[in-house]
Design a protein around this ligand. Structure first.
Ligand code: 5GP
Length: 192
């Protein structure tokens, strides 16, 4: 029987270390791929169009909504983010498991669409540590820091809605724990 991929949604407040964790997870697991989302936010240093995101203007994003091309989309930190249906199909066709990096709204929307989604929340060890990490990353204005912290507070309150919670107190440990969750879910699916 052909094996169909599992969909994993990973969410984390800005600064929780999700990006670094995902890079490590994907590098260690050839059976795992991620989708590339569309966003109206501007690229940060080191981000490449088509790799980290498809960076578009508000007009293009609006047209994708009108043409019903999004599986889900949400407004986060006053910017739009969305997953194209074609992007998910492209990754599922590879027969691998797929990770979607979504905010909490995206996770809820996807869970409502598909019952086979496994959700993982990456939490920072504390709120103070989160603020420190956002500041350390730089490239945020005081206004943006406030918005990100406000959003983070809201997102942290939603963590119990996830199937799994991983605390990122130590990067290697958090990556290992997430890899273990992914392995466990695969085994469960293959048995079922
Ligand atoms: P950032 O601007 O830091 O890359 O991402 C901000 C937030 O948007 C993160 O919580 C991230 O997971 C979320 N996000 C990224 N892509 C998507 C998407 O396609 N849909 C949704 N709903 N959220 C997304």
């Amino acid at each position: 029987m052909e094996r169909t991929g599992t969909l994993f949604v990973i969410s984390a407040p800005s600064g929780a270390g999700k990006g670094t964790m995902l890079t490590a997870l994907l590098a260690a697991d050839p059976g795992l791929v991620r989708t590339v989302s569309v966003t109206t936010r501007t690229p940060r240093d080191g981000e490449t169009d088509g790799v980290h995101y498809y960076f578009v203007d508000a007009g293009v994003f609006e047209r994708c909504i009108q043409e019903d091309r999004f599986l889900e989309w949400a407004t986060v930190h006053e910017r739009h983010y969305g997953t194209l249906k074609s992007e998910l199909d492209r990754q599922l066709e590879k027969g691998r498991d797929v990770v979607l990096e979504l905010d909490v709204q995206g996770m809820r929307n996807l869970k409502a669409l598909r019952s086979d989604v496994v959700s993982i929340f990456i939490a920072p060890p504390s709120f103070e540590e989160l603020e420190r990490r956002i500041l350390k990353r730089g490239q945020v204005s005081p206004g943006e820091l406030r918005t990100r912290l406000r959003t983070a507070e809201m997102e942290l309150q939603s963590k119990d809605q996830y199937d799994h919670i991983v605390i990122n107190d130590d990067l290697d440990r958090a990556v290992a724990r997430t890899a273990e969750i992914i392995r466990g879910e695969r085994e469960r699916r293959d048995r079922g």
